[in-house]
Design a protein around this ligand. Structure first.
Ligand SMILES: [Zn+2]
Length: 566
């Protein structure tokens, strides 16, 4: 087995309790080991900042809606072209790059695992096929259940075990990783041209409210012992005054799991808005952060907005329609039958636009006001708030008040009256950044036991070495060096192999897709349930047997089997 000895690394590995030690790391084959033999290839890390590989717990990089985003914006495709060199394919696209474009750019930033934020079961094959061509990161797929008729019917009937069995069947069939709820109740209503406006509003097709769906999904998740918690995109995304709905959603969730959170609320920047309309739009990051600080059962991610062009894409079809009515530019919309929806709109976030400036501030405020970095993870909801290539700038903004102040002088001048950002002095340190970009993400996803997000012997050898000499940089002042240091790793190591060097991929690579299979007893195996089968016969355009995604679509994959309480 190939061995590597990484010498003189400046290691921060929060899960192992290591905060800035110069040490050696030994790798044998795909894993970190106690020590290497004298045959190991030696890499001198020169005291550079060395972290577990980056993990993005919420991004959109694969599947039908991402691909439609590519079609919709030929100008975006032209913006990011790179030519063939070494083992690297041609890439194109800036906010929605080609699959290889995503993979190389994430690898340059030191990222080794990514979670596709929203996979519709009906369209799962496309997601898995694109994972194969994103070879330098391991992949996970959040699976959409917000409008799943089988699950909703069982919830309406008050049969939680049946609802759990249906979720288990879908996750296993489509090789999904976690339960994703996008605007629960709202995407189902959108199939009929409607939406829901708060968590206690009745949805049109089932005798259920969004609150019922969230509560039910949370309990299903724990019955199935899934590694990750329910992954929630709250109702009313992007609407002034939506923070009350967000607080209501977070308030529904009891603390049910000792190892991880009970609810992961995603891109909370888009859900922390005050005001009664755009005229008095303002930040409500403080009440949201206060609530998260009081509830260890909640983890959120930022969904940071950065200025410039990007593409919004979400399963939240009605929200994208509202966005279209604001922008009156090109848009697409899609209802995925009996499951969910989606919409796509290219946008340009402008510094001189007051609403955009407030949105920019809110994401940063959440990360600075939530006390524990384990509870607020770094994302842009790529590419919704910004393309992920902006992560180094976001890290620098969180580490430097000076940088934030410099940026604040360039945004809309009225922003200061509407947001608390200017009064926040907190500057995050290297350890907190490591938590927000890998260790916290691994713990929130529940994947530390399978060797992700840490560097203990036995872990997968996913490592990012940044050309940052921590002792020589004051991140509060030298923010330009923080940006450049996090923009290109010196080495990115994926499963024991150097895959990127100074920004370029050096091998073709091969990823692994992780999926879950809850072990259900015979009586709850939906494969043989006539009522469940007839749901497809009666309402779907495809049959039940069309759903299962064969293993050929995944190449290398790892099934996480879970015990269940069914
Ligand atoms: Zn998303």
């Amino acid at each position: 087995m190939a061995e590597i000895l990484l010498k003189n690394a400046y290691v921060i590995d929060p899960i192992s309790g290591i905060n800035g030690e110069i040490m050696d790391i030994a790798i044998s084959g795909e894993n970190i080991v106690e020590e290497a033999s004298n045959k190991a290839e030696v890499i001198d890390a020169q005291g550079f900042l060395t972290l577990p590989g980056g993990i993005d717990s919420h991004t959109h990089i694969s599947g039908t809606k991402v691909n439609f985003g590519r079609y919709m914006s030929p100008e975006d495709m032209r913006a990011g072209r790179t030519w063939r060199r070494g083992p690297m394919h041609v890439t194109s696209g800036y906010s929605v790059p080609t699959t290889y474009g995503n993979s190389y750019r994430y690898s340059a930033l030191g990222y080794t695992s990514i979670v596709e934020g929203a996979m519709a079961p009906l369209e799962a094959r496309h997601t898995h096929e694109e994972f194969i061509f994103t070879p330098l990161q391991d992949s996970f797929a959040n699976t959409l259940f917000d409008g799943n008729w089988g699950m909703l019917k069982a919830l309406e009937d008050g049969d939680l075990k049946r609802a759990a069995a249906i979720v288990a069947w879908f996750l296993t069939a489509v090789k999904g990783f976690a339960i994703k709820l996008t605007n629960p109740g709202g995407t189902e209503a959108w199939g009929f041209g409607n939406n829901v406006s708060c968590i206690n509003e009745q949805m049109p097709t089932f005798d259920l409210t969004p609150a019922d769906i969230i509560r039910g999904a949370v309990r299903i998740n724990e019955m199935l012992h899934l590694p990750h918690s329910v992954h929630l995109h709250c109702n009313n995304l992007g609407t002034p005054g939506n923070f009350t709905c967000t607080l209501g959603s977070l308030g529904l969730v009891p603390d049910l799991n000792k190892k991880r959170q009970t609810l992961y609320a995603t891109h909370v920047q888009f859900h922390a808005y005050g005001g009664s309309g755009w005229a008095d739009f303002c930040s409500k990051s403080e009440p949201i952060a206060n609530m998260v600080n009081l509830r260890p059962q909640i983890v959120i991610d930022m969904g940071q907005v950065m200025f410039g062009r990007t593409t919004t894409m979400t399963a939240d079809g009605p929200m994208e329609f509202n966005l279209y009515r604001l922008h009156h530019d090109k848009w697409s919309n899609h209802d995925v039958e009996l499951e969910t929806g989606s919409g796509i709109i290219p946008v340009n976030y402008r510094r001189k636009n007051l609403v955009n400036s407030i949105m920019w501030a809110i994401g940063l405020e959440l990360a600075l006001l939530v006390k524990s970095p384990w509870q607020c993870l770094l994302t842009t909801d790529n590419p919704n708030g910004a393309p992920f290539v902006k992560y180094p700038e976001i890290i620098a903004l969180l580490m430097s008040k000076k940088y934030r102040d410099a940026e604040c002088r360039t945004i809309h001048p009225d922003t200061e009256k509407r947001v608390p950002l200017h009064a926040i002095d907190r500057e995050l340190d290297w350890y907190e950044i490591a938590v927000m970009t890998r260790s916290g993400q691994a713990r929130a996803l529940g994947i530390t036991d399978i060797g992700k997000g840490h560097l203990m012997p036995g872990a997968e050898a996913d490592i990012a070495i940044y050309p940052i000499a921590v002792d020589e940089i004051d991140p509060a002042i030298d923010y330009e060096k923080v940006i450049s240091g996090f923009s290109k790793t010196e080495y990115t190591i994926k499963r024991g192999r150097v895959v990127s060097r100074r920004g370029d991929a050096v091998i073709h690579g091969e990823n692994t897709t992780f999926w879950v299979k809850p072990k259900v007893p015979e009586a709850y195996d939906m494969q043989h349930d006539e009522d469940f089968r007839s749901l497809f016969e009666r309402y779907y355009s495809v049959r039940m047997s069309n759903y299962p995604v064969q293993e050929e679509y995944l190449h290398r994959n790892y099934c996480i089997e879970t015990e269940t309480d069914l």
